[in-house]
Design a protein around this ligand. Structure first.
Ligand SMILES: [Zn+2]
Length: 291
């Protein structure tokens, strides 16, 4: 029951106006922490790995860890490849058991973005049970190997978004609306709520067909997160927050226990800290008890 792709869980989330947390992980401890926290809150879950950790650990290894944990969990869990700009690696991860693939060809011109995104969507749909996320416009900041300067960030055009969804056959869609990767420089980043509303209305106004993804969750104020969900965001990506928690907790533990040589205790501290963060996000996104 627990191995699912993203689209089916996000159709339900969009209809019921909550969002599923999509949490980026780089190692086993993080993955286990995220799964345990979601199970404890009975929340649907999207585990994410971006390209660098997927290559470092290998897709087969991440796929096997996912399969083992998801099969025994009483909640639906999806394994998502985040921001991959390489069509061949997208296919390799789908082959290795990832159940949602994000092809990020958003830096390409429109036609080329469509061509690459459609190639991945066609491949994943032939495999069956793998859904695909595409992006139009660019989210600023750095996500793994995709780097976009703030002033290069182009927001998503609603009419183009409609065409992009139709022509590529993607299952879920990430429109750039002003959110950013990394740490926001201001408490109130300039987000284009009207643009999101327009896109949601055009694509899902009559019938929910292609759920919408919000990138750059870290640092957004709770009321902003809730507003984005009310306007149609149903997958919420959180990465930077978890990276900081992992590194700060590890550093803090070692600094406080410099004479101790027990890696298991560092792992336990990291796991507890990550679980606390996931708890915060799941409650904020409204996905507790929605499994
Ligand atoms: Zn992203």
């Amino acid at each position: 029951m627990a191995i699912v792709h993203a689209k089916e869980m996000l159709l339900k989330a969009t209809a019921e106006k909550y969002a599923v947390g999509a949490f980026n992980c780089t190692n086993l401890i993080q993955i286990e922490a995220v799964v345990e926290a979601a199970v404890e809150l009975n929340a649907p879950l999207i585990l994410q790995a971006s390209v660098a950790p997927s290559k470092f650990l290998r897709p087969e290894v991440i796929g096997a860890i996912y399969k083992t944990l998801a099969e025994s969990a009483p909640i639906p869990i999806c394994l998502h490849l985040d921001h991959c700009n390489d069509v061949a690696f997208c296919k390799a991860c789908a082959d290795a058991g990832y159940t949602n693939i994000m092809i990020d060809a958003s830096k390409q011109e429109f036609k080329e973005n469509i061509r690459q995104t459609k190639a991945v969507a066609d491949y994943c749909h032939r495999l069956g049970n793998v859904s695909v996320e595409g992006e139009l416009g660019t989210v600023s900041g750095v996500e793994d190997q995709v780097r976009v300067a703030d002033d290069d960030a182009e927001l998503c055009d609603p009419e183009q978004a409609m065409a992009f969804v139709e022509l590529t056959g993607i299952d879920i869609f990430a429109p750039a609306i002003g959110t950013a990767h990394g740490v926001y420089k201001t408490q109130n980043p300039k987000l284009d709520f009207d643009r999101l509303e327009k896109i949601a209305d055009l694509i899902n106004g009559r019938e929910i067909r292609v759920p919408l993804v919000i990138h750059g969750g870290t640092g957004l104020q709770p009321d902003v997160v809730k507003r984005l969900i009310s306007l149609g965001g149903s997958k919420f990506n959180v990465s930077t927050d978890l990276k900081h928690t992992l590194i700060d907790t590890t550093y803090g533990y070692i600094a406080a226990n410099r004479d101790e040589y027990n890696p298991g205790k560092i792992d336990a501290a990291v796991k507890a800290a990550i679980k606390e963060k996931i708890n915060y996000w799941i409650r904020l996104l409204g996905s507790a008890n929605k499994a």
